[in-house]
Structure formats: C-alpha cells, structure tokens
Design a protein around this ligand. Sequence first.
Ligand SMILES: *[C@@H]1O[C@H](CO)[C@@H](O)[C@H](O)[C@H]1NC(C)=O
Ligand SMILES: *[C@@H]1O[C@H](CO)[C@@H](O)[C@H](O)[C@H]1NC(C)=O
Ligand SMILES: *[C@@H]1O[C@H](CO)[C@@H](O)[C@H](O)[C@H]1NC(C)=O
Ligand SMILES: *[C@@H]1O[C@H](CO)[C@@H](O)[C@H](O)[C@H]1NC(C)=O
Ligand SMILES: *[C@@H]1O[C@H](CO)[C@@H](O)[C@H](O)[C@H]1NC(C)=O
Ligand SMILES: *[C@@H]1O[C@H](CO)[C@@H](O)[C@H](O)[C@H]1NC(C)=O
Ligand SMILES: *[C@@H]1O[C@H](CO)[C@@H](O)[C@H](O)[C@H]1NC(C)=O
Ligand SMILES: *[C@@H]1O[C@H](CO)[C@@H](O)[C@H](O)[C@H]1NC(C)=O
Ligand SMILES: *[C@@H]1O[C@H](CO)[C@@H](O)[C@H](O)[C@H]1NC(C)=O
Ligand SMILES: *[C@@H]1O[C@H](CO)[C@@H](O)[C@H](O)[C@H]1NC(C)=O
Ligand SMILES: *[C@@H]1O[C@H](CO)[C@@H](O)[C@H](O)[C@H]1NC(C)=O
Ligand SMILES: *[C@@H]1O[C@H](CO)[C@@H](O)[C@H](O)[C@H]1NC(C)=O
Length: 826
Amino acid sequence: MTIFTLIVAIFNLLLLSKASSTDTLTISQSLPDGTTLVSKDETFELGFFSLRNSTNRYLGIWFKNIPIKTVVWVANRDHPLNDNTSKLTITSEGNLVLLTKNRTVHWSTNTTTKPRRPILQLLNTGNLVLRDDNNKSNNKSFLWQSFDYPGDTLLPGMKLGWNRKTGFDRRVTAWKNWDDPSPGNFTWGITISNNPEMVLWNGSFKLHRSGPWNGVRFSGAFAGSNSLTTHPLYLYKLINNEKEVYYTYTSTNKSVISIVVMNQTLLSRQRIIWIPENATWRLFQTAPRDICDTYNPCGSYANCMVDSSPVCQCLEGFEPKSSENATDLSQGCVTSEPWRCRVKGRDGFRRFVGLKFPDTTNSWVNRSMTLEECRDKCWENCSCTAYANVDVRGGGSGCSIWFGDLVDLKVIAQSGQDLYVRVADSRTVNSQDVHADAKDHRKKIALLVGTTVPPIVLVILLAIVYHYRRKRKHEGENVSVKKDEAGGEVDSMELPLFDLATIVNATNNFSTDNKLGQGGFGPVYKGVLVDGQEIAVKRLSRSSGQGLTEFKNEVILCAKLQHRNLVKVLGCCIEEEEKMLLYEYMPNKSLDSFIFDSAKSKILDWSKRFHILCATARGLLYLHQDSRLRIIHRDLKASNILLDNNLNPKISDFGLARMCGGDQIEGNTNRVVGTYGYMAPEYVIHGLFSTKSDVFSFGILLLEIISGKKNREVTYPYHSHNLIGHAWKLWIEGIPEKLIDSCLEDSCILPEALRCIHIGLLCLQRQPNDRPDMASVVVMLSSDNDLLQPQEPGFLIDRVLNEEELRFRSQTYSTNELTISLLDAR
Ligand SMILES: *[C@@H]1O[C@H](CO)[C@@H](O)[C@H](O)[C@H]1NC(C)=O
Ligand SMILES: *[C@@H]1O[C@H](CO)[C@@H](O)[C@H](O)[C@H]1NC(C)=O
Ligand SMILES: *[C@@H]1O[C@H](CO)[C@@H](O)[C@H](O)[C@H]1NC(C)=O
Ligand SMILES: *[C@@H]1O[C@H](CO)[C@@H](O)[C@H](O)[C@H]1NC(C)=O
Ligand SMILES: *[C@@H]1O[C@H](CO)[C@@H](O)[C@H](O)[C@H]1NC(C)=O
Ligand SMILES: *[C@@H]1O[C@H](CO)[C@@H](O)[C@H](O)[C@H]1NC(C)=O
Ligand SMILES: *[C@@H]1O[C@H](CO)[C@@H](O)[C@H](O)[C@H]1NC(C)=O
Ligand SMILES: *[C@@H]1O[C@H](CO)[C@@H](O)[C@H](O)[C@H]1NC(C)=O
Ligand SMILES: *[C@@H]1O[C@H](CO)[C@@H](O)[C@H](O)[C@H]1NC(C)=O
Ligand SMILES: *[C@@H]1O[C@H](CO)[C@@H](O)[C@H](O)[C@H]1NC(C)=O
Ligand SMILES: *[C@@H]1O[C@H](CO)[C@@H](O)[C@H](O)[C@H]1NC(C)=O
Ligand SMILES: *[C@@H]1O[C@H](CO)[C@@H](O)[C@H](O)[C@H]1NC(C)=O
C-alpha cells in the first residue's frame, strides 16, 4: 500500500462524487428521510414516502417526473417505519440498511459478500444496485439489486422467473391494499418446469395462465392484427435455458413509459401507459381479459368460447360429465366412448385448430422430436391425452405431450395453435380438421384464414356431422370400416393395402409407356394386376409433408365415398418413401381429351354433354353434402372428369388435397392446390376455399363443355377477355347462343343450352355468397324454374393474378399442365 494508491483512490472518489452527485450513495454518506437519490436521466427517484391516510413511512422508488405519484418499488414493504427520523446507509459489511433514530437496524438487504468499497446507485432503468466500486472490471455485476425483489410492478428490463441453478424465484406481488404495500395474495410468476408458463395466482389458486411459450408468443396471447403488431410499444420474450427461465420486456420507444402493475382490487394484471398530454395513466391491456381468460371456467375437455352461448362447449368427441343436465358443464366433459389404449386400430387423435394449449402442469416437452414421433409417443402412453408442436416457428417443431385431463382450454381464433387430442375413434386420426368451435364459426374460420395464418394456408373443413357409432368387425392389415347407413350399397368395406412389388409389377416398373398423364400431386400410370384387372395408379410426389397414418386414414375416408359419378378408390400402397393410390381404370380417359379435340368433340353431342354436366353436378353435390364428410374438391377441371365406357363422367382426384396434407400446417409448405384458370378469385387471391369455390370451378367447366374452349386459351380479337369474360360479354349483349360450340349446331336443344350458360354465369359470380350451392345447381339443371340474373363474374380478364403477385407468392408450377402450388411467402 503506497501513498500513490491512496492518492489515486482519493482522486477516484472525488471524480466519482462529482460526476454522479445525485444517483450514488457511498459508504460515508447516508440518505435521511426527506432527501432523495435521483437516477442520472432523472426518470426515477428513491426516497421516503407515506401513503394517503397512513402515517407509516416507506423507502421506495417512483417516477420523478410523473405528477401522479407512482411507486414502483418499496424496500421495507412489510416493515413500515413509524416516524420520519430514519435514514438509509451502507454498512461496512456492504449491507444496505434502514436505521432508526436510536441506530437499530430496521431493514437490511442481508448481503453476504463483503465488498472493498460498496456504493449504492439508482440506475436509469429504476434498478437500485449495490456494487463494489473497487472492482472496475466487474461494474456490471451487483452485490444486490432491487430488480431481484420486485414489488407490484414489473419495469422494463426486470426478470420475472427463476434462476434454475439456485432456485431463486422472482415474482411480482400485489399490495395488500392501496394503503398497505405489504405482499398480498395476488401474485404473478412463472411455473418452473420444462414447459413453463406465466400464471396469476390468488393465494394458491390459479386465476389466469398465459399458456406455454411457442417460440414467438405465449399460446394464450392474442397475435393481434392491429397496428400495434407492426409498431409495438414494447417487445417481450421468455428466456428458457438450463440456467434460467424468465419473462422480460423492453420498451421500443424510450419516451413512452409503459409498465405492468398488479391491481389487487380487480385481481387483474394491467399494462398501463403514461399519456403526458393528459397527465394520466391509460390502461392498455389487462389479464385476465374475460371469463374465458380466467383459469379453467369450463372444466376438463371443454372449450371456452366467449362469443358463444353457452360459453362452454365440450370438445368434439366428448360429452358433459353430468349426464342429467346436458347444459351443465361445471364438471367438464368426458370422452364419449372410452379410450382403448394401445388396441390396434383404436384411439386416434383429432386435430383442433385455434386453441390455447391446456394447463402444462402435467406435460412433458422434447424440443427435437417431430410431430409424428410425438404422436407415436403419445399413442403408446395410456395416460397421454394430447400432443402438439412446441414451437410454431418454421412450420412447427418439437413435441409437447399432456397427461391426464386437459384443463383450461379456449379458442383463440386469431393466434391459437393446433392441438391433437386423443379420441376413441381412430378414423379421425389427424384427419378431421375440426375447428375447435366448429359449429357456428364459419366466419371465424374465414377470419383466421384471411388475416392471421399466412393467407394461403387453408385449414379445415369437415366437421363430422354425426358422431356415429360403429363396431369393428376385424382388426388386421386390412382396415375394415362399416359403411354408414346413408351410403347403403356395401355393408362393410375393406381397403386393401397393396405392396410395392405388386404395383411395380403391374405398371411394368412405372414405365413411360404406362404413363397416363401427370396430374396435381404426381403422375398416373396404367397397371394390370395378375388377375387381369386394370387399374390406374397415382404415384404421389414424395414431398407431401403428411405422415403415413394420416395419409392412410385420409385414403380410407375417401374410399368410403362411393357414388356412381366418383372414381372408385381401390386401395393404396404405402411403402418406404412411396405413397400411391389405386383407382379403377377408365379407358376413355378424361373429358378434356374429348371436348377440346376437334375430332373427338363430335362424339359428344348435346345430349351427352348435358348428361355429363348433370352427372358431374350430382357427383360434386355428393362430395359437398351427401357424404358424411364434406369434401371440397379444390381442383375440379375437365381433366379430372374421367369417362367410363358409356361416357358416364366420374370425378377423380377428390380428397387429394386432404390426403396429401394440403390443408395441414405441417412442414413448410402451406400450399394452395388447384389449377390456374379454374380457381375462384377468393381462393387465388386470399387462399379462401369453400364449397363455393368448387361451384366457381364447376361454372367454368360448364362453359367449357358448352363452348368447347378452354377458359384460359381463348383469345378474342377485340378484347383481352378469357372465356368467362367472353361469355359475360355475349350475355350482356343478349347473344349468349354465340358461345355454343359450333359442332353442337345440329344436336343442340337451344333453351337447354341457354339455361346452362345462365346457370354457369350464376356459378361464376364474384361474391361466393351470391353463387348457388350444388344442391341448387342440380335443381336448376333439372327443372325450368325462373333463374336469378347473374352479377358480374370474377376474373373477366385473365391477368388478375399478375406476375408480381405470383412472384410474391413464389409460385411453383408442378406440372406442364397448369396445376400449380402456391407456396406462401414467409
Ligand atoms: C417529520 O414529521 C414532523 C411531524 O410529524 C414534521 O414536523 C417534520 O417536519 C417532519 N420532518 C421531515 C424531515 O419530514
Ligand atoms: C382517509 O380516511 C378517511 C376516514 O377514514 C376517509 O374518509 C378518507 O376517504 C380517506 N382518504 C383516502 C385518500 O383514503
Ligand atoms: C429503538 O426504537 C424502536 C422504535 O423506533 C424500538 O422498537 C426499539 O426497541 C428501540 N431500541 C432501543 C435499543 O432502544
Ligand atoms: C434480512 O434478515 C432478517 C433476519 O433474518 C429478516 O428478518 C429480513 O426480512 C431480511 N431482509 C430481507 C430484505 O430479506
Ligand atoms: C472483480 O470481480 C471479478 C468477477 O466477479 C472477480 O473475479 C475478481 O476477483 C474481482 N476482483 C477484486 C479485486 O475483487
Ligand atoms: C463499467 O466499466 C466499463 C469498462 O470496464 C466502462 O466503460 C463503463 O463506463 C463502466 N460503467 C460504470 C457504470 O461505471
Ligand atoms: C389471503 O389469503 C388468506 C388465507 O388464504 C386470507 O385469510 C386473506 O383474507 C387473504 N387476503 C386477501 C387480501 O385476500
Ligand atoms: C381470492 O381468494 C380469496 C381468499 O382466498 C377469496 O375470498 C376470493 O374469493 C378469491 N377471489 C377470486 C376471484 O378467486
Ligand atoms: C416515440 O414516442 C414519441 C411520443 O409519443 C413520439 O413523438 C416519437 O415519434 C416516438 N419515436 C419513435 C421512434 O417511434
Ligand atoms: C385498478 O383498476 C381500475 C380499473 O381499471 C382502476 O380504475 C383503478 O384506478 C386501478 N387502481 C390502481 C391503483 O391502479
Ligand atoms: C386526452 O384527452 C382528451 C379528452 O379527454 C382526448 O380527446 C385525447 O384523445 C386524449 N389524448 C390522448 C393522447 O389520449
Ligand atoms: C342445467 O344447468 C344449467 C347450468 O348450471 C342451469 O342453468 C339449468 O337450470 C339446469 N337445468 C336443469 C333442468 O337442471
């Protein structure tokens, strides 16, 4: 120890006390009642204060420049001082203490490390820190900091949560009441598990859960669609690693003060923002927001939907637990049929979209597993009731599985996630994209599709209309399914699984000679089985992101659709990387090979064409309405209408979009499937599809059959219209008969043909709601009732979807034909 070091030390001391005269307290100083410490930027102030009617004195921190005294931290919250004679000092041990007049220690930070030269500083963040001024290399680490002991306010930069190594937990605790800052029963913290979430507690009762973190936000949080998403006032995150798990947020604009406080009178957590012009705090967000945001209002397996009546509804496949009173959901719901765990062919998972994930108390997480592995893991464990992706980024990853009853479920249309819930009926495995509030929430689905999830992702469909019971006759490689009563024809149907060798043999190893064509999702080959039966084999491209079980179940579902105007599915082959569908073989190929061919078009006279139109309409109606599943075809076009020996039409490729996972938000491909030139405007532009988009495609098919021209390939000398535009023009000019194919001149029954054009234009109206449904189309085709006047159709001109737009959606043309898949830009 030399004179020199002493001089340096004194010099430092002088320098320091000069530079930070107000924000720092050294060991030789004290802060008596009536004086304050102010942060360098003058945002925060530390001092003694009393509350309204009480004479108790507290040491605390508040905003210096906000006229409404807003205390954000209290040191001695449960040890009030009873007069104004105390002072704050630092002891030689490095403890921060409150000393009363007779020099007894009233409150202490109880620091254990002994520093050389402790100083106290009030930082610009509002953090009061005690650190060793002797250790310059260590000026970031603190001996003690007020941020580790939050009061009822979470300031930007504070951590809410755990140090996993030491077990130290930081929670925000409301005051007992507005005159007493001591810790109340209302607290906010993080549950410590490998699937943490934020929880608000009233004592030991949960009041609200945030839902687990999904990589972007909490599962229960609104994604929001307002301007605040694009210009947020604050950014928040959940850090979760081996060392720590905590929530924190930062302000994006330093001049906007936004904090989170606990309001114990309402038992609500409130984010408030200071409005300087009006000198008030404005309430910005609260939690819980509504009844469905409180903890588990509906009981297990029940979904809370705040806009519905009743608010609570059992998940599809579940029924109210109390059987006497079906509207009483206070006890939650139970599975309609008992689960039969690990029995082959039993127990599947139904996908519910748009949900806040259930309570994670009994859950387990693995971040590296795929969704498929996750399902298998869940299927094997008899107490596993649901699974889901952990992280939504990059199309979803990781595995989260739940054990025991699923509680605190709710629908968050805008930002909810997919949850796969165990159901007793294996046929529903991942196939029913049941929107969690399927019943009367079409609008929400549209909203969901239109505004949140990438516009092109299409979710959904199909609610099983009836939950029907069935008995399984047989379990084995062949999956046996009992036909529903409405279908009637066959009592029980088996879907054979063919092995790859059989198919390779039948198609002559997929030789090009056997290739019948190339459709969406893959090429089609002709094959002959050993018994001489001719088949068509659709070899699906390998890229489809769907799992095998889902695929198989989709095929089984579609194989059950039997109608004389649908191509029969004979079986499938799933082996290694291959997925193939076997159809009955149609020697006459497809409709487009007739109507667009100058020679063959003569074979189809008017009565045959009219028959094809009516029969196709009936096939489509069956898909839309009469089958138990509601199938939206999504790629109806002349090349998908096959003709049998008697020139009866059969719709093919139905359900492919489902089978190939076109509706799934799995992997990275959220594809719009369909064929440019047949797709409805709302589908091309917004990715919205419905039975009405199929009606639109049917309208085009109808005009093509009558005119013998392809929608996209028509060019007219004086205008840039496509076939639709041309038909509309002729219609307005009062000469629709000019549309009729010249080769029909002799056979045509003019009123019938004109009526068809009229119906076609009704199907092509721009607004989906204006278009008739297929049931009306079938009626219109077979009767001579008056028809409404059509509104202007969508897509008069072919260039609605311009190059720019296509590039934006990074399109890929999957075939030489015009079947396209639009990949959504992320
Ligand atoms: C302390 O309180 C007494 C009366 O209670 C008052 O007269 C005095 O001014 C106060 N002193 C300070 C420093 O606030
Ligand atoms: C203070 O106490 C009186 C009497 O108990 C009460 O009337 C008054 O409203 C209280 N003031 C505040 C600000 O709480
Ligand atoms: C010091 O004062 C406090 C009240 O301010 C009292 O409770 C305590 O007993 C006193 N201690 C001594 C040693 O006088
Ligand atoms: C410090 O320790 C004392 C005695 O163990 C305890 O009463 C007090 O609450 C502690 N102070 C803090 C701030 O934890
Ligand atoms: C300064 O702090 C660092 C990091 O905490 C520590 O390793 C070092 O020993 C300290 N130096 C002194 C002189 O206390
Ligand atoms: C902390 O130390 C770094 C260099 O080690 C220095 O740049 C910084 O100003 C110091 N901060 C404070 C608050 O002393
Ligand atoms: C806090 O909980 C305790 C016991 O659980 C209860 O006696 C007390 O009244 C509660 N306090 C408040 C403010 O609710
Ligand atoms: C909170 O807990 C208290 C006491 O434990 C109880 O009286 C009160 O009803 C609870 N409030 C809510 C909203 O659960
Ligand atoms: C920050 O907020 C202030 C006050 O509302 C505003 O004037 C300023 O433009 C904002 N700055 C930024 C970068 O948004
Ligand atoms: C608690 O919340 C209510 C409703 O927002 C509000 O009127 C009241 O001022 C809040 N109390 C405090 C102290 O913030
Ligand atoms: C301030 O208050 C006035 C009237 O109450 C209101 O019209 C205005 O929008 C407020 N300003 C802000 C920034 O909230
Ligand atoms: C059934 O339960 C509901 C909700 O608890 C109740 O409002 C209704 O009166 C009950 N009905 C019968 C018949 O008990």
